[in-house]
Design a protein around this ligand. Structure first.
Ligand code: MG
Length: 393
């Protein structure tokens, strides 16, 4: 007799306002139900098996991948986001698998070289509809992945796609049908998406403190200007006066994350208890997000964010890196756009095909897709192959 029993019933612990499989708006291409998994588990599993997910290993968050092995990359960032969001989701009775899927997919459309890369590509694409990394993440899961016999992309659920599309310009929202409606009507996505969004901010704020110290852009004296850091730092020093600096930093950051996550859960739980949304549709109908921090915690979170902007993202060493990255991407775009036959055959064919149906905007989009899919090191290598006479092609 087989030891395999019937699949477990849909989680009885899910809150009424969570995303439930049976209320899903479904997939673009209808598929039979998975046998031993929920719909959102299937989403998460497809994301993990995608090419774009593996490429995140070599894509930068703030520090270029070859600068050191200990810095966050997009994949470790995405896993940290998922860790925080899953803790919050479980505590609030939300759908953990959907939350995790959104977190793991949220940066799939990111260009090489972090935000510098996205800005550069957006500039290059200005005349051709622009480049938004959120929209590109959606494009990856809807169109660009080639893994399934019957459809392009990963054919994810509406709820997962809604979570991936964090922001979107009104112009683009109008082209997206049901998925774009909330931007036009100023409504919210489900709570799993809201939690993933805030977990993203919490994760990068805190890990950029860690990476910033590692890169010697930040020192403890400067960081003590920031309230949340100072409070936890004081507490750790008082309790463990002889701690080595490395442990002191990690213990401080660990407590900062714990403090904000606990506040996040408590404040959101209180908000939900007060508003009592009875379904995901009622969550969506609100004009404000229901996943929130307390006022005090939010202020501290923004203070840390502003501090990092000033001391890390605008540090001259980081700006030098971003200016190089920008140049690399601009030159790659110009080179390939001028002559698409310089791209590998498959991308050249896509560019020619897109041009025949959408003119130069189609050609530009195919070039942007090729560049956005590159890892940091692949972009550097392609740049050398294209512009340095001595480099092998
Ligand atoms: Mg992120």
């Amino acid at each position: 007799m087989s030891a395999v029993k019937d699949p477990p019933a849909p989680a009885a612990t899910l809150a009424p306002y969570a995303a439930h499989d049976e209320q899903s708006h479904g997939r673009r291409y209808p598929e039979p139900k998975p046998e031993f998994r929920g719909e959102f588990q299937r989403d998460r599993d497809r994301i993990i098996h995608s090419n774009a997910f593996r490429r995140l290993v070599y894509k930068t968050q703030v520090f270029v991948n070859h600068e050191g092995d200990l810095y966050r990359t997009r994949v470790t960032h995405s896993i940290e986001v998922a860790q925080i969001a899953r803790s919050v989701a479980l505590a609030l009775g939300l759908n953990e698998a959907l939350t995790e899927a959104i977190c793991l997919a949220h940066d799939l459309g990111h260009t090489p070289f972090g935000h510098a890369g996205q800005d550069a590509l957006n500039d290059c694409m200005r005349e051709y509809g622009g480049f938004e990394h959120n929209l590109q993440s959606l494009r990856v899961v809807d169109e660009l992945e080639e893994r399934y016999a019957e459809f392009d992309g990963l054919n994810l659920t509406f709820e997962c796609r809604e979570g991936i599309l964090k922001h979107c310009s009104l112009h683009n929202a109008r082209e997206l049908g049901e998925l774009g409606e909330r931007f036009i009507k100023r409504r919210q996505p489900g709570l799993e998406a809201q939690v993933a969004n805030l977990a993203d901010e919490i994760a990068y704020n805190n890990h950029d403190v860690d990476d910033g110290i590692r890169a010697q852009l930040l020192d403890l004296a400067a960081l003590r200007e920031v309230r949340t850091f100072r409070r936890q730092h004081d507490a750790v020093v008082a309790r463990y006066p002889a701690l080595s600096e490395r442990r002191l930093v990690h213990e401080t950051i660990r407590r900062m994350i714990n403090h904000i996550v606990v506040d996040f859960i408590r404040t959101t739980a209180a908000q939900l208890a007060q508003l009592q949304p009875r379904s995901i549709e009622e969550v969506r109908a609100h004009s404000q997000t229901l996943a929130v921090l307390s006022d005090e915690c939010r202020e501290e979170h923004l203070e840390l964010k502003a501090f990092l902007r000033e001391h890390v993202y605008r540090h001259y060493k980081v700006l030098r890196m971003t200016s190089k990255a920008r140049r690399v991407l601009q030159q790659l775009f110009e080179g390939f756009f001028k002559d698409v036959s310089l791209m590998p055959g498959e991308h050249r064919d896509q560019a020619l095909q897109a041009e025949s149906s959408h003119g130069s905007a189609g050609r530009a989009r195919a070039v942007a897709d090729y560049i956005a899919g590159m890892t940091d090191r692949y972009a550097i290598l392609e740049h050398r192959r294209l512009f340095e006479p001595a480099e092998r092609t």
